[in-house]
Design a protein around this ligand. Structure first.
Ligand SMILES: [Zn+2]
Length: 849
């Protein structure tokens, strides 16, 4: 007993000393803390920077602060796929905390141009400190705990003032699943003594690494597509508060220093954001950042890098909502300590820099409160003015695919864009929009700049280099027919809410002969998968037909699913029950037919109905493969189809029993490393009827390795002079890349891979330089670029000229099997609802032709 007490005493003493030392290291000298509030190290039992803190411990600490202090409360705003909590700690004075709803209502007047702003002096500066969107950039979540401690426990004047003038919201981890993946890695390989050698395992995570979320998506691209639960929860919270300042903390290469905004002028700015954001606010805040970093002697740079144009970044979305979004980048220790060109980079040091910027952000947000509040108020006023000046709005809607309409409407509503159902049909730009499947977004609304983001096609740019994408027109990614409506009068119709988003499912009566399900609905594959999993025989129509159904004579297009009642292995009642369940699940309808005799076209017993095999899919992951593309396939099948896919490490391919699978998915990667034996085995399996689906670089590999007998198209030549100045090299090289732009392609809607499409126009996304020649077989180029294909985004003229007429999707037969080659990624970022169907056609119909 005695010795235990002694040890406890020693431990406490050590903690007390280390806490003091830690405080001195991390915080400004004048900081004074309430001893009743535990510091992070006291709560965790180790010094910040000596271990990577697990997400549950971070949440635990935040919860403890909220429990002990009347300055703080903790909200759970959602959870990740792996059930980690998404939390926000709100810190302000006890009085403000008691009046929080009132403060919010007052604040929202700034967002509402019709409301009187009231007394701005009495309002608060709302600061949302967001951390760690990239899981393997871990310093910022540790800084979040120190920041929380600083404002919850701080007794000195700076803190008191900040809490009176501001409401500080701390979201300690935007991406907890990725964070824990990386943290576990770094802790697992940490040595004692620590190893700073960059080649040590601690500093080199395994595929897929911790940057991304559960489905290997980059959440710092997801603020626009909202493909993921984390972003959906975050946006919901965002629109509850409309913060004035939002931070987004990152890490970059170990040999770098520190970056804060302003970013590179013009090229990296979003075209719809008002200039005073960049010219005014950014420069104003930069004063606070450089002062704080000068004080601690940290090297930094500004103005020459980092992109702020894509609306799906955490630092750009706020700029399009009257706030100031801020990106920070810290040289990474990637692990606990790592050698760099300028000595060792310690984890604690990286944490300290992000902490320093966090405190400077709050200082600036409070110090510049009147400017920020006015900026927000002006932002939404001018948005409405500009929208009214532009007049009219946008009419859209797909006549054939209601589930895709509903998905697009859901996206618009999540972004709080006012949207109306049209009462009357309208014809615009040669397109017919029928009431019931037609919608209207007026320009004259406070989200006008988000409206532009959704619909405008941009082809003029200040700059030619894009860190990420130069185009994000959401309506194109959904393959949504849409037209600018320039009329003076607003169109008639009811404003839509989430409650108006309905399922297209309708109960179908018992059929005597067969059930029919149209393939042009986005969620039809979900219904098909359900039926195949229950062992039903389902056939796809290879020709059009019309037939009497329970709703009268109905025309059916290519790809229509036909489920005969007889010749199933279950009785008619069970067939009916399965069809009901499948269509309910997918939110679509089925038609009952009591005859197989068509009015026009093929009968239901025709050889032009082909029986669909249940896909048994395998995807290669690890090694050189793209975790992003693999994650997109995985997420698509999980969330949109409900179909499992076996993910096999590249190294384990030799152990695969190929007879168990009929479809192999190869995402971008360098498959030459698989070795001749494995490649020959795969080829043999294709000859016997297997389907290989290749995406982007995998297509490039299939062509260049002669896995298929297809060819590349001519690549563009850039007639640069023989000698140029070194300083221009980056710009010259950058301008020839194709960095994320949208193009119009022509799709053969009679080909099984084109089933479910009702128009030959199809927008595709390109962010690569693979120029694919149309197939030698005239029937095998399913999607081909039009002659002058640019829809939106930057592309150099020479690239554009060569792109016209090249292939986007071709098929090459080998024996009884097919290799289906996508030059362009059909599943990009979970946003390409328009091209997902191509991939799913390859999966379900890949062996039927
Ligand atoms: Zn990052």
């Amino acid at each position: 007993m005695k010795s235990t007490r002694l040890i406890t005493a020693i431990v406490c003493l050590c903690l007390a000393i280390s806490t003091k030392a830690q405080s001195d290291y991390f915080f400004p000298q004048e900081a004074r803390f309430d001893p009743k509030i535990p510091s992070p190290e006291k709560y965790l039992g180790y010094e910040i920077g000596t271990l990577h803190t697990r997400h549950d411990a971070i949440v635990g600490y935040m919860r403890e602060l909220a429990r002990l202090s009347n300055r703080a409360k903790l909200d759970t705003i959602g959870e990740t796929y792996e059930h980690r909590q998404l939390v926000v700690l709100t810190v302000t004075t006890p009085e403000n905390l008691n009046n929080l709803e009132e403060i919010r209502q007052e604040h929202l007047k700034l967002v509402d141009p019709t409301a009187d702003n009231g007394d701005l002096n009495a309002q608060k500066s709302i600061v949302l400190l967001g951390y760690n969107v990239h899981g393997n950039e871990p310093s910022s979540s540790e800084a979040a705990m120190l920041t929380a401690y600083y404002y919850v426990a701080g007794l000195h004047a700076e803190v008191t003032n900040a809490l009176e003038e501001g409401v500080i919201m701390i979201d300690p981890a935007f991406n907890p699943d990725g964070r824990d993946r990386h943290s576990t890695w770094a802790n697992t390989y940490k040595g004692d003594p620590m190893v700073s050698d960059p080649v040590d395992a601690e500093h080199n995570e395994m595929w897929p690494r911790g940057r991304t979320n559960h489905y290997w998506y980059d959440l710092n691209r997801d603020w626009l597509p909202l493909a993921h639960v984390e972003s959906q929860a975050r946006i919901e919270f965002y629109h509850k508060w409309y913060p004035n300042v939002v931070t987004d903390f990152h890490e970059m290469g170990t040999n770098s220093t520190y970056f804060f905004e302003p970013t590179k002028p013009y090229g990296s700015e979003n075209p719809v954001v008002p200039r005073d954001n960049y010219d005014g606010l950014n420069n104003l805040f930069a004063e606070y950042f450089h002062e704080a970093l000068d004080e601690i002697g940290s090297l930094y740079f500004t103005k020459e890098a980092y992109d702020n144009s894509y609306p799906g970044y955490g630092s750009t979305y706020p700029d399009i909502h009257g706030a100031l979004g801020l990106v920070f980048e810290q040289a990474s220790s990637r692990g606990h300590i790592q050698d760099s060109d300028m000595g060792k980079v310690a984890f604690a040091f990286t944490i300290k820099n992000h902490l320093t910027s966090s405190l400077a952000t709050v200082r600036a947000a409070v110090g510049e409160k009147p400017t920020l509040l006015n900026h927000m108020s002006n932002y939404f006023e001018t948005a409405v003015d500009e929208g009214n000046q532009a007049g009219g709005g946008w009419v859209f809607g797909d006549q054939a695919d209601d589930t895709r309409n509903q998905a697009f409407l859901d996206l618009l509503l999540r972004h709080r864009i006012k949207t109306y159902a049209l009462d009357e049909s309208i014809s615009l730009g040669g397109k017919q929009f029928e009431a019931g499947n037609a919608f209207y977004v007026p320009n004259g609304q406070k989200q006008y700049r988000m409206v532009r983001t959704m619909f405008e096609q941009v082809t003029q740019f200040h700059d030619s280099i894009f860190y990420d994408a130069s185009s994000w027109t959401a309506a194109l990614t959904y393959n949504m027919p849409y037209e600018r409506y320039a009329g003076k009068a607003d169109l008639n119709g009811a404003e839509l809410t989430f409650d108006d988003l309905t399922s297209g499912y309708e109960s179908v009566p018992n059929a005597r002969y067969a059930y029919l399900i149209e393939w042009d609905e986005y969620y039809a594959p979900k219904a098909l998968n359900y039926l195949l999993e229950r062992g039903l025989y389902v056939n796809a129509a290879f020709k059009e037909f019309s037939l009497e159904t329970h709703e009268g004579l109905k025309e059916f297009s290519y790809g229509t699913l036909m489920i005969p009642v007889a010749r199933q292995e279950v009785d008619a009642d069970l067939v009916h029950a399965f069809v009901e369940e499948a269509t309910d699940l997918a939110g679509i309808k089925a038609y009952a037919a009591n005859t197989g005799y068509s009015t026009t076209g093929i009968d239901l017993g025709s050889r032009n109905f082909r029986t669909i095999r249940q896909p048994k899919a395998l995807m290669v992951i690890g090694g050189s493969t793209s975790s992003y593309e693999a994650g997109e396939v995985w997420h698509l099948l999980d969330s949109k189809v409900g179909m499992p896919i076996t993910k096999v490490w590249e190294d384990n391919l030799g152990r695969v029993d190929w007879s168990k699978y009929n479809t192999l998915v190869l995402v971008s990667g360098y498959y030459g490393s698989l070795g001749e034996n494995t490649i020959n085995r795969i080829k043999q399996w294709v000859r016997e009827g297997g389907t290989v689906i290749t995406i982007r670089n995998a297509t490039s590999w299939a062509v260049s390795s002669k896995f298929v007998n297809e060819e590349f198209a001519d690549r563009p030549e850039f007639d640069n002079p023989d000698r140029m100045d070194y300083a221009t090299a980056g710009d010259v090289r950058g301008s020839t890349a194709i960095g994320g732009s949208m193009y119009m392609a022509d799709i053969d809607i009679t080909h099984p891979l084109g089933f479910g499409y009702t128009r030959r126009d199809l927008p595709v996304y390109r962010n690569h330089s693979i120029f694919l020649k149309p197939s030698k077989d005239p029937f095998s180029t399913v999607v081909k670029y039009t002659e002058n294909p640019l829809l939106s985004g930057y592309v150099k003229q020479q690239n554009l000229e060569k792109l016209g007429g090249t292939a986007s999707l071709i098929v090459s037969g080998i024996g009884r099997g097919n290799v289906i080659m996508f030059a362009d990624n059909p599943n990009f970022r979970g946003m390409w609802y328009g091209t997902n169907k191509l991939f799913l056609n390859a999966l379900f119909f890949g062996n039927l032709f």
